[in-house]
Design a protein around this ligand. Structure first.
Ligand code: IPE
Ligand code: IPE
Ligand code: MG
Length: 241
């Protein structure tokens, strides 16, 4: 059940790293790790509402990941296609609104249409806003926002941030908790604007092994952090009204 002390509107981001190493350590092809990663997405997303997370942004494929071998990129795109085909109904049933963030013009034929269909079919979801970043680069998102500017009048952190983040459907732009699995401690061009004051959580757990217990542990640590936003002491999780 939802704990009273936890606000519902938290925004968590996850850099889902370590799929390839998970597989290699087991003598499996890297794609096997990506397949297992999809199951981790499902169980992690479904744990969010009860932990007070209303928005979950997942880094699935970066603009720089096109550099990987064609076989791996092709496998990842097939996985995205099957995720959209197989998960949409379940997302709708669990009250999850899906948004796919990033460029769509370089995705293989049929995928942009499948994304639009999945987004439309889940648009009524209000328990969780699940944002999946595909062909995403935070720096490119900032450039694109700058290019969309009509004039610099009244430009604020809020108005420019809304351009950077894209359609949020009422979700907060700012990320509260940013998790990276797989042991690396870097951002790899993920939500550079939105994570300005995010609490960072790095874990050695490889993404295919990640699940609700790891998310709960990250949230427990988050709740103990003292967020100051440049000011003075304030609790990470404000007391319930
Ligand atoms: C993250 O896992 C998923 C993608 C980047 C597509 P990796 O594929 O980067 O796995 P490692 O870091 O090589 O283990
Ligand atoms: C970041 O992981 C991108 C995703 C998790 C989708 P990478 O594995 O691509 O990042 P680097 O190359 O280790 O920085
Ligand atoms: Mg990696």
């Amino acid at each position: 059940m939802q704990s009273e002390a936890v606000p519902r509107a938290l925004h968590a981001g996850i850099i889902m790293d370590g799929n390839g190493r998970w597989a290699t350590q087991r003598g499996l092809p890297r794609l096997a790790g990506h397949h297992r990663g999809v199951e981790a997405i499902r169980r992690t997303a479904e744990a969010c509402p009860d932990l007070g997370i209303g928005t979950l942004t997942l880094y699935a494929f970066s603009a720089d990941n096109w550099q990987r071998p064609a076989e791996e990129v092709g496998g990842l795109m097939r996985l995205l296609r099957s995720y959209l085909r197989n998960e949409t109904q379940r997302l709708a049933r669990t009250g999850t609104r899906l948004s796919v963030v990033g460029r769509r013009d370089r995705l293989p034929d049929g995928i942009p249409q499948a994304i639009a269909a999945a987004e439309a079919a889940t648009a009524a979801g209000s328990r969780l806003h699940l944002r999946i970043c595909v062909d995403y680069s935070a720096r490119d998102a900032i450039i694109a926002a700058a290019q969309r500017l009509q004039s610099q009048e009244d430009l604020t952190r809020e108005s420019f941030g809304a351009l950077v983040a894209g359609a949020m459907h009422g979700s907060p732009v700012d990320v509260d908790l940013l998790i990276r699995t797989g042991g690396e401690q870097r951002l790899s061009d993920f939500m550079l604007w939105e994570a300005a004051y995010a609490e960072l959580h790095f874990t050695e757990r490889m993404w295919p092994d990640f699940g609700p217990d790891d998310l709960a542990a990250a949230m427990a640590e988050f709740a103990r952090r003292e967020r100051r936003f440049g000011g003075l002491k304030a609790p990470a999780v404000p007391a319930a009204a």
